[in-house]
Design a protein around this ligand. Structure first.
Ligand code: HEM
Length: 511
């Protein structure tokens, strides 16, 4: 029987209470006012980025090894420890820039966020489908997102704004070469890779640390779309990727990914001409092999999209013992941003919601109250004691698992500075050279199409950057825009940008 939230039966859900058949309505109309005022509050703020997404559930199964080495040599995280050990997961795939109901065919990175409900508490691996990012310092994140989001007046996404920002941000070149290639529109969520993008650490029993990068590889292979494919799908369906994932799981065709991990010793690696903490770089796989550590299967759809997809909350600070942060300047900023936005978006007690709870671990905190607190969480043997330390039976600290010191010792002066090895162009050029011919053609076509809508100085600066990435890329984009190398060879490097002698010579020769 239909009731209201107070448990009162609803006898008439069609007619409000009125004085006489034709009204007026009365103010003590509790049932009607409750119904409509709850409806008025049905929406919570959508995510400021990654608003459109879809969540599924399943499990992660560990191989107990990193390649052919026992994984315990590198991390003491218990979810990885034994071969065959399974951990429940929730995964939310998303687009980044559009709102909650926007098209899933957009040229846009895709989010790939995994929540592992481990026995040591939750671990979130919040990644994307592209291996690198636009920027390398979190302080620039609001700017890059503002440039990519719709214009504040016309409310249209505008290539002139996007490339205005990117043309002044050389570190974005590697990401742009990926994003405007076919990889920028994955065919659906089941056929795309995932990358942790930022550099993390693993910690073993002895407190030794290594730097790691995470990769998810879909068993079904990677598939992407051209602009033309995407336009055709978008004409009839704005949510093809969610639909594809939902239907595959409903028919028992469970999607699967292998988790692979790249590893490096934990130090600055002066031998490299890029920095291992720079998220605009990939680690070449021939030198740093991505070794399998487990697989993930998604086998259950949400029961309620709002409770399990809209309210699910991931964050890069959500790590378990044996896994740690690196000093990657993006990661630090992200780690603040996620829980901060979730306290606003979902509410201060967002971690009490079933989908966000650490289901497999025991939770006892001295956190109390706040909006919508419902979990008793009395903790301890004495519920009067919601502080620590106490001799009266409150909660006590756990025994520290092993070492409380780990990793290399770091010294430095407080400063604001760019990292020392930016090398913004080489990997972007290499990525272009690794592409098949049709992918290069598609990339150039997409760039020219978008840049054609930009002001001439922005076009020139972009051609200048692309020439520095790879001659052929710069020449072809320039040709599409009617800009010859000689037109841009005289441009001065941007403020704060050091151009190597070799790069200057290359530009000069082309000019
Ligand atoms: C979502 C901030 C970079 C992947 C979000 C959200 C914020 C945010 C505020 C919304 C979270 C929510 O409402 O629950 C930032 C900041 C970044 C950054 C400040 C840079 C400093 C990145 C990078 C990646 C990434 C590099 C990829 C590795 C994601 C994903 C989501 C997300 C997958 C969606 C999570 C979900 O499905 O709920 N980010 N982000 N972000 N971000 Fe980032």
């Amino acid at each position: 029987m239909l009731t209201n939230r107070q448990g009162h039966p609803v006898y008439d859900n069609q007619n409000q209470r009125t004085v006489g058949k034709r009204g007026p309505a009365t103010l003590e109309n509790y049932q009607f006012l409750e119904k409509i005022s709850h409806f008025d509050r049905e929406r919570i703020p959508e995510r400021v980025v990654h608003a459109r997404g879809f969540t599924s559930f399943g499990y992660f199964e560990s191989y107990g090894a990193w390649g052919d080495r026992p994984i315990g040599e590198f991390t003491r995280a218990r979810l990885f420890a034994e071969r065959g050990k399974r951990t429940d997961v929730a995964v939310r795939f998303s687009t980044v820039i559009g709102g909650r109901d926007s098209a899933e065919t957009a040229r846009d990175p895709r989010g790939f966020a995994v929540k592992f409900y481990t026995e040591d508490g939750n671990w979130d691996l919040v990644g994307n489908n592209l291996a690198v990012f636009f920027i390398r310092d979190a302080i620039k994140f609001p700017d890059v997102i503002h440039a990519l989001k719709p214009d504040p007046i016309t409310f249209r996404q505008d290539p002139n704004r996007i490339f205005d920002f990117m043309s002044q941000t050389p570190e974005s070149m590697h990401m742009l070469v990926n994003l405007f290639s076919p990889r920028g529109i994955p065919a659906d969520y089941r056929h795309m890779q995932g990358f942790g993008v930022n550099t993390y650490k693993w910690v073993n029993q002895a407190g030794d640390t290594v730097l790691v990068k995470y990769h998810w590889i879909p068993t079904a292979g990677v598939k992407s779309m051209t602009e033309a494919d995407a336009a055709q799908i978008q004409a009839t369906d704005l949510g093809h990727a969610s639909k594809d994932l939902y239907e595959a799981i409903e028919r028992g065709d469970f999607p699967e990914w292998e988790l692979r991990v790249q590893m490096m010793e934990d130090h600055e690696h002066p031998e490299l001409n890029w920095d291992p903490l720079d998220d605009t770089k990939v680690w070449p796989e021939n030198e740093y092999p991505a070794q399998p550590v487990g697989r993930m299967v998604l086998n259950r759809n949400v029961d309620n999209n709002f409770a399990e997809n809209e309210q699910i909350s991931f964050g890069t600070g959500v790590l378990v013992d044996g896994l740690d942060f690196s000093d990657d300047k993006m990661l630090v900023g992200r780690t603040f941003s996620y829980s901060d936005t979730q306290r606003y978006r979902v509410g201060p007690n967002y971690l009490q919601l079933p989908v966000n709870q650490a289901k497999q671990a025991t939770v006892h905190t001295n956190q109390r109250d706040g909006q919508m607190a419902y979990d008793q969480d009395q903790g301890g043997r004495n519920p009067h004691v919601n502080y620590e330390p106490s001799i009266n039976g409150g909660l006590v600290e756990g025994e520290y698992p092993t070492h409380d010191e780990q990793g290399p010792e770091i010294r430095g002066r407080i400063t604001r500075a760019r990292i020392e090895r930016p090398d913004d162009y080489e990997q972007a050029g290499q990525r272009y050279l690794l592409m098949e011919q049709w992918e290069r053609d598609d990339l150039v076509r997409n760039l020219v199409e978008n840049l054609s809508q930009c002001a001439r100085p922005i076009q020139e600066r972009m051609v200048w950057h692309f020439l520095l990435c790879e001659d052929d890329l710069g020449l072809r984009v320039g040709e599409g825009l009617g800009i010859a190398p000689a037109d841009v060879a005289g441009l001065e490097p941007l403020q704060q940008q050091d151009l190597s002698e070799a790069d200057r010579r290359r530009l000069g020769n082309l000019g």
